[in-house]
Design a protein. Structure first.
Length: 381
């Protein structure tokens, strides 16, 4: 099964989605959806391994991704869409899979105008594709137009199904699965053993993202206001930008808190999991998301999750028991949640069992099986 995968080539989500199909009948041909010079190391390793045909990429597309991508920010995807159309007309593919809407989806919609073969098209909805951009007037018609060209949706939650139907989507929909593939193998998940209950852990792990929907700045403000209660507890901010790193340094000096900073792309997935395994609390604030990676990692490792109302975590676990859900702009709600998770040992320890069923259902083997099943149905196998 040969699939043209239009996706962000520097994204770990893309890498994980591809890797979960290793050893299957699927072969991906990768086309970059964003202007980026960098291939994610895990994708690069797969592409360079000529003995493994899991994923290939045209060298020209890789070299031109950055300059043409920058031009297309101004020209509305007119240049690269011609290349996508050419690749589809001159190659042999069973289907197209678009990972994310605002880059891959819009790019393919433009390519469709140039004339492409009539083969199935799948689209993976990422956390903010419809839930955030769907509220913006300049995106609404583009989203509806893109969805009209799609035959199969991969979704993380029922919320996005309803949103897609609201935009007029009439095609098929997958069962809810993570947009970045499985969280880990069943052996890895089942093999995790910590004799200490989470209530005996001391640290806090915080998603340090401050992009267009990330609210790590609010997390920092709240934790800084709780300096007395948090003194002596290690606080790990991961996936931190340069600017956020400077802010963390200032707050550390001002409050005396044990804030530890981990810059973007400096930690491996294994190292991130180790932070979660030592944490009592995981704090992740975002204006919009699907099933957050922080939620999956907290559920696996036993860190108690505090997540945002802009996500769909409540479709996956029990609010108030397996997770506390807060308004990412409401300091008092966040403060109350952090204090409750600090003080209520029973809440923190019970969440492990509540969330365990969820994470086992997200094991790589299970997500892989669902993904392959959806691919086979989409291409009529």
């Amino acid at each position: 099964m040969r699939i043209l995968l239009v996706a962000m080539c520097d994204s770990v989500h893309t890498a994980r989605w591809v890797e979960q199909l290793h050893g299957s009948e699927v072969e991906f041909v990768l086309f970059p959806s964003t202007p980026n010079r960098r291939l994610h190391p895990r994708l690069k390793m797969r592409i360079l391994d000529t003995s493994d045909r899991l994923v290939t990429m045209n060298k020209r597309d890789r070299i031109l991704a950055f300059p043409l991508g920058l031009l297309d920010l101004v020209l509305g995807n007119r240049i690269r869409s011609r290349r996508v159309a050419h690749v589809l007309r001159t190659g042999t593919f069973d289907m197209v899979h678009l990972l994310e809407t605002q880059h891959a989806g819009y790019l393919f919609h433009e390519a469709k105008k140039k004339g492409v073969p009539d083969i199935p098209v799948a689209l993976s909805l990422w956390g903010s594709d419809l839930n955030w951009f769907g509220h913006m007037a300049k995106h609404r018609s583009r989203i509806a137009d893109t969805l009209s060209k799609v035959d199969w949706l991969f979704v993380e939650c029922q919320r996005d199904v309803e949103l897609a139907r609201g935009f007029g989507y009439k095609g098929k929909v997958s069962p809810p699965i993570p947009a970045s593939g499985g969280v880990g193998t069943l052996a890895d998940i089942s093999g995790f053993d910590d004799s200490r209950p989470p209530s005996e852990r001391t640290s806090i792990v915080v998603k340090g993202y401050t992009g267009f929907v990330g609210k790590a700045d609010v997390a920092l403000r709240v934790l800084g206001s709780l300096a007395t209660q948090l003194r002596g507890r290690p606080i790990h901010f991961y996936s931190v930008s340069v600017f956020m790193s400077l802010r963390l340094r200032l707050v550390r000096r001002k409050t005396g808190l044990d804030i530890r900073t981990h810059r973007k792309k400096t930690l491996s997935h294994h190292e991130v999991l180790e932070l979660f395994r030592s944490a009592r609390i995981s704090l992740s604030l975002s204006l919009s998301d699907g099933l957050p990676g922080s939620m999956r990692e907290a559920a696996w490792t036993g860190a108690f999750p505090i997540e945002s109302k802009g996500s769909c975590v409540c479709e996956w676990t029990q609010s108030g028991i397996g997770v506390l859900v807060v308004d990412p702009n409401n300091d008092q709600e966040i403060t109350d949640a952090v204090l409750r998770a600090l003080e209520d040992d029973d809440l923190v320890d019970r969440a492990v069992e509540i969330n365990r069923g969820m994470v086992l259902g997200l094991a790589t083997e299970k997500v892989r099986e669902t993904t392959l099943g959806q691919y086979r149905k989409a291409v009529g196998q």
